[in-house]
Write a protein that binds this ligand. Structure first.
Ligand code: NZQ
Ligand code: ZN
Length: 380
């Protein structure tokens, strides 16, 4: 196991009716900016609950943080927040609203343009923020990451800042999610775990089994929640899987990959594909490309997750990759580039972009532009 320092300060507040706890969690006297997406919270009662819980606060609302939040929108929130002297942020929505709010929180204390912060990759200072999560997927509710896009140049990059002070997770608010978002959320959670797990075996028995526990749970509940997303117990499990999948707990002392995500971000930046949908395409192609290098872990994954224990190591690894692709298909997601009408020109553009930024992703920093092209060729 590698050395590590771990501290996750986010307070999780979980369960039915817990949005009412908001007024206990935000210090009285704060000028609160509440951030929202496009309006789903008005249809499922979340907005009313938040408004009621914040009656005793001075509240400024900011609407319109879009899926794959853009710096163009977030700049407006930062400007408004500065004008109004905002000193606490509450993000109400999916990962995009949460991520966007992380940049707003940092931008409020920054003199320059917010895109500079994104290019710097991190910010040490930020206004405190809390969240009310409405979509299980990103883990943004309990991590310090965000992914911010720039419309003007079709770019999308990760950015790290402060963890939310608290996050409220009420599974009942997920009942209104469109099925495609549930599918993308399951795929995103699954791939977060794979990014931290699918490297080499023998690093940590505990991390492996925690990761495998999340994968097993997702595979078990997926067929039910993909049909009907209003079962409280199942959505509660899904929400917790998503949070635990990317809050640092399964990454202690082990190596991580993240190349699938970095390639997926490019597909979103260039074509607007939903985040989870990009991962369902890229991960199987990445595993096919890097099968030899990841062979031992693929065999472990195949055996422990899919019960594959016959055949040569290569056959078992291939079977495990097929099972993974079938799982994404069972969610109704495309798993090949041609299904989403993405062709050679995009592959070459991503190779060019990776080369220009001297990209070297993956647990061995060997996923360069050339390797990314090979991976994408294997996603056709
Ligand atoms: O905007 P509204 O009207 O709220 O609608 C949203 C949006 O259209 C809707 N929605 C959310 N909750 C709902 C709901 N509709 C009905 N009922 C509900 N309860 O769902 C749509 C998608 O929302 P979005 O927030 O974009 O989805 P998600 O949570 O998957 O977030 C995706 C973003 O997170 C980034 C992705 O790159 C992408 O930009 N990621 C962030 C990470 C992090 N912070 O650690 C890690 C991830 O790997 C990921 O990259
Ligand atoms: Zn993700």
């Amino acid at each position: 196991m590698e050395n590590f320092v771990f501290q996750n300060p986010t307070k999780l507040i979980f369960g039915k009716g817990m949005i009412s706890h908001l007024n206990k969690e935000i210090p009285q006297g704060k000028r609160v900016m509440v951030t929202f997406g496009g309006g789903s919270v008005k249809k499922n009662g979340v907005y009313e609950q938040v408004k009621k819980a914040l009656e005793s606060f001075e509240v400024i609302e900011f609407w319109g943080i879009e899926a794959n939040p853009t710096v163009e929108t977030l700049r407006k929130a930062i400007q408004l927040g500065k004008e109004k002297g905002v000193d606490f942020l509450l993000a109400v929505g999916g990962g995009s609203v949460l991520d966007g709010t992380k940049l707003i929180a940092a931008g409020l204390l920054y003199e320059g343009d917010a895109w500079e912060l994104v290019l710097q990759g991190r910010s040490a200072s930020a206004v405190p923020m809390g969240t009310v999560l409405t979509l299980p997927a990103t883990g943004s509710e309990m991590n310090s990451g965000a992914v911010i896009s720039r419309k003007e140049t079709a770019e999308k990059y990760p950015f790290y800042s402060k963890y939310p002070v608290f996050s409220i997770l009420d599974p009942t608010v997920t009942f209104t999610l469109p099925i495609h978002q549930v599918a993308c959320g399951i795929a995103d959670t699954f791939v977060h775990v794979m990014e931290q797990y699918m490297t080499t075996p023998g690093q940590s028995r505990l991390m492996d089994r925690w990761a495998e526990g999340i994968l097993h749970t997702l595979i078990e509940i997926a067929p039910d929640i993909i049909r009907k997303q209003d079962n409280y117990e199942l959505m509660a499990e899904f929400m917790l899987c998503a949070t635990m999948g990317l809050n640092g707990f399964i990454a202690l002392g082990v190596r991580q990959d993240w190349a699938t995500h970095m390639i997926g971000h490019e597909l979103t930046a260039l074509h607007g594909l939903t985040h989870g949908a990009t991962l369902a395409i890229v991960l199987p192609g990445l595993l096919r490309t890097l099968r030899e290098k990841k062979l031992a872990k693929l065999v472990q994954y195949g055996e422990r997750i899919w019960g594959i224990n016959k055949g040569s190591e290569v056959e078992r690894a291939e079977r495990a990759i097929e099972k993974t692709e079938s799982f994404f298909k069972s969610l109704g997601l495309a798993t090949r580039l041609n299904e989403v009408q993405i062709g050679e020109d995009t592959i070459l553009e991503i190779e060019k972009r990776f080369n220009a930024r001297k990209a070297a992703y993956g647990e061995d920093q060997d996923v360069t532009g050339t390797v990314a092209r090979k991976i994408l060729e294997n996603c056709k």
